[in-house]
Ligand binder design. Structure first.
Ligand SMILES: Cc1ncc(COP(=O)(O)O)c(C=O)c1O
Length: 315
């Protein structure tokens, strides 16, 4: 993609009431399958893999991982082999997300939780390299140094598209936030909304990804840890209703695991006067709408109330 991803201005009564200007960077529209931050994070990983003659990529994820879904498709597109190390049991291979990854040619290797916890240790990674020579290993969520370079391009695009004060993003493994901090280079406030519980460690993930330079070089970022709504992929009926209403008013689809938690945080922050009047906010839509399919399959959402985008149905 050489064009910039679309930036849309959102209308909402709350924004009017609090005199806020809110825009959304629709990275979810970049590609129907490799959508949002996945596209950004994989861009330079794929380039590196091709340029260095690797035969494929190994990466890690849960049974409904957006990253695994996008990676499988990207590898197919680039004629690369793909191995997904998946936390969980083999029957997950038939679920909404992994059945597609498998169909696109990814080999799925299911491991128990204890093994999965070793995914970043030197010994485990060496073992994988020996077992699968010629594969490049990408960490969970795709968050490595190459990913940051791709994410940083969002900031360069935004600088051409608009003027703003604060950029909001959901935070899982912190690769996206770290890339934004690096790309923004202290021009704006970068606010990360943690989607998991007990995430005090995330600030250190950012420090690790930015080589510990982050505190010396960048002072414009913060992670809010209290908007997880009970934990990863958890949400209350009230939150779902708020999110549906927000989508109906703005016309933008969200899912409640990542981008939805950012929206719920935004709405709360507005009502506690976190943003002064005339503040200009940009929301990063990180994609992940395929995740709705998994939530519907697990009966956490009703298909009639959470329509899957056409691109996700057609795969
Ligand atoms: C749709 C979506 N949004 C946001 C995130 C969080 O990004 P990161 O893991 O880089 O913090 C993820 C997970 O990677 C995701 O799948």
């Amino acid at each position: 993609m050489s064009n910039l991803s679309e930036l849309q201005t959102l209308q909402h009564p709350l924004f009017e009431q609090y005199q806020l200007h809110v825009q959304i960077k629709r990275d979810d529209l970049i590609d129907p399958i490799i959508s949002g931050n996945k596209w950004r994070k994989l861009k330079y990983n794929l380039k590196h893999v091709k340029e260095n003659g690797y035969k494929g990529i190994i990466s890690f994820g849960g049974a409904y991982s957006n990253h695994i879904h996008a990676l499988a498709f990207a590898c197919k597109q680039h004629d690369l082999l793909a191995i997904g190390v998946i936390r969980g049991e083999a029957h997950f291979a038939e679920n909404f997300t992994l059945s597609k990854a498998k169909q696109w040619g990814m080999a799925l290797k299911f491991v128990d939780r204890i093994t999965y916890r070793k995914r970043d240790t030197v010994e485990y990674l060496q073992q994988l390299s020996q077992q699968y020579p010629g594969y490049f290993i990408v960490p969970e969520g795709g968050s490595n140094t190459l990913a940051l370079k791709g994410v940083a391009e969002i900031c360069h695009e935004l600088n051409q598209q608009t003027h703003y004060d604060t950029l909001l993003t959901p935070v899982g493994s912190a690769g996206t936030l770290s890339g934004l901090i690096a790309g923004d280079n202290n021009q704006h406030k970068i606010l990360g909304i943690a989607v998991l519980k007990q995430t005090d460690y995330l600030a250190n993930e950012v420090r690790a990804l930015l080589n510990d330079k982050v505190d010396r070089l960048f002072n414009n970022w913060q992670i809010l840890n209290d908007y997880h709504d009970g934990g990863y992929a958890k949400f209350s009926p009230e939150s779902l209703k708020k999110l549906q209403d927000f989508s109906a008013i703005t016309g933008v689809p969200f899912e409640p695991i990542y981008s939805g938690k950012m929206i719920l945080a935004l709405l709360d922050l507005i009502t506690i006067n976190y943003f002064p009047p005339r503040h200009k906010i940009v929301l990063l839509h990180t994609g992940g709408l395929q995740g709705l399919g998994g939530l519907i399959e697990q009966k956490k959402l009703k298909a009639s109330e959470w329509p899957l985008p056409l691109a996700q149905q057609a795969q």
